[in-house]
Design a protein around this ligand. Sequence first.
Ligand code: ATP
Length: 479
Amino acid sequence: MEKLVSLCKRRGFVFQSSEIYGGLNGAWDYGPLGVELLRNIKQEWWGEMTRRTNVEGIDSAILMHPRVWEASGHVENFTDPMVDCRQCKARFRLDILFEETSLKKRKEVLRAADPEKFGGQLTEETVAAEFMALADRDPAAVLTSLSCPGCGNRDTFTEARKFNLMFKTFVGPVEDSGNVVYLRPETAQGIFVNFLNVQSAGRQKVPFGIAQIGKAFRNEINTKNFLFRTREFEQMEMQFFVKPGSDDEWFEYWRNERMNWFTGLGMSKDTLRWHRHAPDKLAHYAKDAYDIEYLFPFGWGEVEGVHNRTDFDLTRHEEYSGKSMKYFDEAAKEKFTPYIIETSAGASRSFMAFLVNAYHEEEAPTAEGGSEKRVVMKFHPRLAPVKAAVFPLVNRDGMPEAARAIEEALRGRLATFYDDSGAVGRRYRRQDEIGTPWCITVDTQTLADRSVTVRERDSMVQERVASEKLLSYLTDKIG
Ligand code: ATP
């Protein structure tokens, strides 16, 4: 992770927000390469969703009527249990504090709680399961045995309190409770409240979906792991409205589609897995829920949730707004409240997963016949922020002019980069490090027959290509 974070800063993928003021926790800025990568991820997702005749796109406002968040259950339920350390004043999310308790400590806690039951030999699985069961049953008792990860003091935690993760602000100049609005904690509600607008404007029939990409804000108690858990992030959400009874089938369909999206963009299958929510851990609205998890350097973490939300959302909005949210099926002449299958991915978290997936260190041959370490970001060509770099072999004999002309001809169609400084080997390394799939070199032969060498990033194999054919050669390969 440290290597990746430092590469991100050095090469302009991600910077700390407000860095010159010491940074702001949980907020990050995307640099010149980062913004391209993020846009490519969002573009792939948007294209994947809206190329379908039964999915429409929208872009709803971040600020919504406060009743929306009462209807959705966020005012009441969008909370995390929080504890404070009385000594160092650090705050922790209770469930994460428990999850991160070491095996050794878990054993100790169990033995102290029930020496007879937990005195003997215990398997790792038993310790893990029994500890979490005890933490669920009696969190206060477990807390007294734990030390604060901040200052190391024991038995210093306050009782757990509910902490609402929504950021509050006010509309207009008067800061009173009548003017409270929230920064949306998810993009989904903007879709639900527009369900009938989109259905009638798009002349859609159920089943159909609505897709949206946009910022969401959560006042997370602890932010960590770079872009994984931040307070401001982007989501890519699609809500698919179906007839009750067909929901299980659509749920399976979308699970499949979403996993294929990640693998189709180069994620290896062994770094992705499904995590099904246990029945007692399901959100208040869900009938079934699976997360797509990615194997980050710090362990498995959710990148997307696929949820069967039933008719909860539309029913609640109907109740709270007093407006019918029912769909009229013309053919069957019947009215019903659709069920919703949600696919909810984090654009920022996916960005981080694609970065981790791309990062490779390997040995590469040098021009002198030796070998050296190269860092190469093996992005899928459609995601790569720069598609092709163009170099003159040397800065004389008309090569820079020829290389410039080639780069300019490509630039209108593809993201390109021109580089004429340093040895060609070093220029390759610089492009490898940002994941540029093709490096094009203009050499003496180019001046004679207008052909160039194209070197492919992963195999490092070079091919000669006529410069007139370069654009179609590259676009064919990008696909
Ligand atoms: P977690 O359990 O990690 O807090 P969640 O289950 O609350 O996540 P959802 O509400 O299902 O997440 O949100 C959908 C997606 O939005 C997640 O899969 C994730 O990719 C992204 N996401 C949620 N919270 C954050 C965050 N704080 N920072 C970055 N991305 C986030």
